[in-house]
Design a binder for this molecule. Structure first.
Ligand SMILES: *[C@@H]1O[C@H](CO)[C@@H](O)[C@H](O)[C@H]1NC(C)=O
Ligand SMILES: *[C@@H]1O[C@H](CO)[C@@H](O)[C@H](O)[C@H]1NC(C)=O
Ligand SMILES: *[C@@H]1O[C@H](CO)[C@@H](O)[C@H](O)[C@H]1NC(C)=O
Length: 320
């Protein structure tokens, strides 16, 4: 019985070990597709391509809305072609972005295209920000050379403001609660965040191009341990690009693995307990076969012979 028990527990251990290895392999697989640090910049390249497709013999200074491929439904894009000189002299209002006069593009190009992104429900997929909740969609404004309107993989131009800042008016951010620590966040073309104060309840300002949103520390709007859903974008398991969120995923995987290990251990323990109970019962029955049964007489237990031993019935039958 003892030997059988230890063989079984080795068996259980092997099964358990196999399951844990499988679980870790699954966790690793689950986090690998979104962990690319280039997802935000490859999205920029794709959206540049699709925004340029809207510019078919474009009029200078006219905003052309574009179409995104169906696998990115929910993202809005638009493009406008401008002469660098007129942009510097006149500025432009491009959806939520208000570009003041005096803006200079670097490196210098004669004509440029401004590409606008509204990432909508894809905001936290492409720009995950652990610990923060988006109060507005992530909006992007990027500049490219307009020399060749069928070019792809163009490098982003940078901008220098010489007079006043670009302002971003998040018209649909009126639900930002006063008293909360809402902040502007800016992402560079590689997706690295930088935080700034709001100019007003729904306005951010910037001297750079890139992606922008208004965020709040998630603990301020979700004091309970179960976080409430953010108003628009829902965090997705994929699309990670910051090393911070990667670390969180690895930590999550380890914790998940440990929880699963504990659960499996409990299950195996339970099965073994049940088996042991059964074995104990069997042993008790076997013992009962060789030991004397007891009967209660008055206040004392006395041993009595088991009825099955002497088979009195047979004698009675012989007598009868
Ligand atoms: C979406 O589709 C386009 C064209 O069909 C493709 O080039 C692109 O890689 C896809 N993007 C994603 C994120 O799946
Ligand atoms: C965003 O919404 C569209 C439908 O409006 C859907 O097809 C798409 O999968 C959503 N994106 C995310 C990341 O949930
Ligand atoms: C959010 O606020 C809590 C409590 O004030 C703080 O401990 C936490 O570090 C903040 N999170 C972030 C991402 O700033």
């Amino acid at each position: 019985m003892k030997l059988l028990g230890s063989v079984q527990s080795i068996h259980h251990f092997i099964i358990l070990h196999g399951l844990v290895v499988l679980l870790f392999a699954y966790q690793y697989k689950a986090q690998s597709p979104g962990a690319s640090s280039s997802s935000a910049s490859s999205l920029n390249a794709l959206l540049q391509d699709y925004a340029y497709r809207a510019l078919v013999r474009p009029h200078t200074g006219v905003i052309y809305p574009g179409n995104v491929p169906s696998n990115l439904t929910g993202i809005g894009i638009a493009a406008v072609r401008l002469r660098s000189g007129s942009l510097r002299r006149k500025g432009i209002i491009f959806n939520e972005f208000e570009i003041p006069t005096g803006l200079i593009v670097q490196p210098y190009v004669r004509r440029l295209v401004l590409v606008y992104h509204n990432l909508g429900n894809w905001s936290s997929f492409y720009y995950p920000l652990p610990g923060y909740t988006y109060l507005t969609p992530v909006l992007g404004l990027l500049a490219y050379d307009a020399t060749n309107l069928s070019a792809t993989n163009l490098p982003e131009l940078s901008m220098v403001v010489s007079e006043s800042f670009i302002s971003i008016n998040f018209t649909n951010a009126t639900h930002v609660l006063s008293g909360t620590d809402a902040r502007c966040v800016w992402f560079d073309v590689n997706g690295s965040p930088d935080f700034q104060q709001l100019v007003s309840i729904n306005t951010c300002s910037t001297y750079r191009l890139g992606h922008f949103s208004i965020v709040v520390n998630s603990s301020e709007i979700a004091p309970s341990p179960v976080p409430s859903l953010p108003p628009g974008p829902v965090p997705s398991p994929g699309g990670s690009k910051s090393s911070n969120s990667k670390a969180w995923k690895i930590a999550g995987g380890v914790v998940g693995g440990l929880v699963a290990l504990a659960a499996l251990t409990l299950i195996v323990y339970y099965i073994r307990q049940r088996k042991n109970k059964k074995v104990a019962q069997l042993e008790q029955h076997a013992d009962a076969g060789v030991s004397l049964q007891t009967a209660r007489v008055g206040n004392t237990q006395i041993p009595v012979a088991s009825g099955t031993r002497t088979l009195p019935v047979l004698e009675n039958e012989l007598v009868a």
